[in-house]
Design a protein around this ligand. Structure first.
Ligand SMILES: [Fe+2]
Ligand SMILES: [Fe+2]
Length: 192
């Protein structure tokens, strides 16, 4: 692994210093990701780093976020993300250019943590699910938390379903990229 865990811990703490809730969420997601990685047979350190980094740009102004995103993505890609999701694109570029993270799986896990995508790696699924089920998410049922340790694909579907329902309930737009993930992980579509 390129960037060390210690470097990432310090960077994340600095970047989220003005938002205690976000920092608590981040630590919860990183710890959940580490445990899920152990359970599902992938490198727990990589999962912890991706979990720590996933919201690293969340506290930036929208302008700064856009500036980081545009260093790595074209305008069409940026426009396909809602303003609330742009931290995922900014975070991927920030981690690559500023923290020198080279592992493409970690970078993808950051980039796709909001909407997911149909062909997610195990690490991507773990970060997507950890973001939703970490302990400070009080609206999430323990059934989904348990499911994540048993069947990751089912947990992706349950998380995606929960996220989209929450958006609908609160009158927020549902992005087509999120719907693509939901549809790809529907039990009837999923390959064994
Ligand atoms: Fe996020
Ligand atoms: Fe998050």
């Amino acid at each position: 692994m390129d960037a060390t865990l210690q470097t990432v811990r310090i960077a994340v703490k600095t970047m989220l210093k003005d938002d205690d809730e976000r920092y608590t969420h981040t630590l919860g997601a990183a710890n959940t990701a580490k445990r899920l990685a152990e359970q599902h047979g992938i490198d727990p350190k990589k999962a912890e780093i991706a979990g720590l980094c996933h919201d690293i740009c969340k506290c930036m102004s929208q302008e700064t976020m856009y500036r980081w995103a545009s260093k790595g993505f074209d305008e069409d890609t940026i426009q396909s993300y809602t303003p609330g999701a742009m931290h995922a694109l900014a975070g991927r570029v920030y981690c690559e250019k500023k923290l020198a993270i080279e592992d493409i799986d970690v970078l993808h896990a950051i980039q796709y943590h909001v909407y997911g995508r149909p062909s997610m790696s195990t690490l991507e699924k773990i970060i997507y699910v950890s973001d939703y089920i970490e302990p400070s998410r009080t609206f999430v049922s323990d059934d989904i938390r348990a499911l994540a340790f048993e069947n990751l694909d089912e947990a992706v579907y349950a998380s995606s379903h929960g996220i989209i329902n929450h958006l609908k309930r609160t009158g927020k737009p549902v992005n087509h990229l999120g719907l693509k993930t939901l549809n790809a992980f529907r039990p009837s579509k999923r390959r064994k």
